[in-house]
Write a protein that binds this ligand. Sequence first.
Ligand code: NAP
Length: 272
Amino acid sequence: MSPASRTNKKISEYSLSIVTGGSSGIGKTVIERILKVESGSRICNISRTKPPLFFNDTNTQHLECDLSSRKDRATALSRLLNLLNDEEDKGPILLVNNAGFGLYDTVSAKPSSEHLELLEVNIAALVDITVTLLPILKKRGGSIINIASTSAFQATPYLASYGASKSFVLNWTLALNEEFRNTNINALAVCPGPTRTNFFRRAGLTQRVIPDGYSSSSEEVVEATFKALAKGKSLVTTGLKSKLVSAFSSRLPKTLGTRLAGKIINKYRPAK
Ligand SMILES: NC(=O)c1ccc[n+]([C@@H]2O[C@H](COP(=O)([O-])OP(=O)(O)OC[C@H]3O[C@@H](n4cnc5c(N)ncnc54)[C@H](OP(=O)(O)O)[C@@H]3O)[C@@H](O)[C@H]2O)c1
């Protein structure tokens, strides 16, 4: 892949896709989308549960891994490196760091172990996997898609660790893409607003608290993601409402933005 093809990237150009968290929600839809474009695509998924679409064929590989565990990550990454080493087709790679979860509540309501588990999955695993794969990406060319969130654009009281983790993902991805300007690697930060997946249940909320009329399907998020990748963008906020709300909140003074975000997020906290 030449440096010029940092833009105009099509799914069919990648010889292998590596997805984290492909067992449900946005990650599962990413896999569905790749298989829809190229039914025989080679995909490697990293999560605790096997994606429902994975059968025992040679093109799909599931690496079972709890991404919050450094030991599990080391084992999965070593298996992944062996797999990459054994490949005949050494074409470009698509890496989609999607796995992540949120914690809704006051900071003090959760033990530090839960905050640290979130930081391991949302930040440490993403950095670990990306940095480990960079030497191979440099040789083969490719793209990195990191799933951040609109929570990245301001401080998020009652979702404090989650929002801050997504600010890291957003800024780290933008910096990475800039460092790789004029090379055969590009990085795209995706910032979805509320999306109808298992995310809210996992974060301790019930489905009914997802704001009506302000949520997208995972298909809409993935559609916007691959459009942005094809255009060579480094950042995409998916959905018109999310774009407008994020544009507004990023322009507010930091303290006022935090106050407003806290008032809104507090409404969606589980009733005690
Ligand atoms: N839904 C939203 O409103 C929304 C909005 C903005 C951004 N996002 C981001 O989108 C990404 C995908 O979330 P989603 O909405 O699709 O939620 P989801 O349906 O709950 O999917 C989360 C995925 O992450 C994986 N995962 C979570 N913890 C893991 C761990 N310890 N080890 C390995 N894999 C783990 C899960 O796999 P296993 O359980 O099988 O391990 C699952 O496949 C996340 O990064 C999330 O922060 C979501």
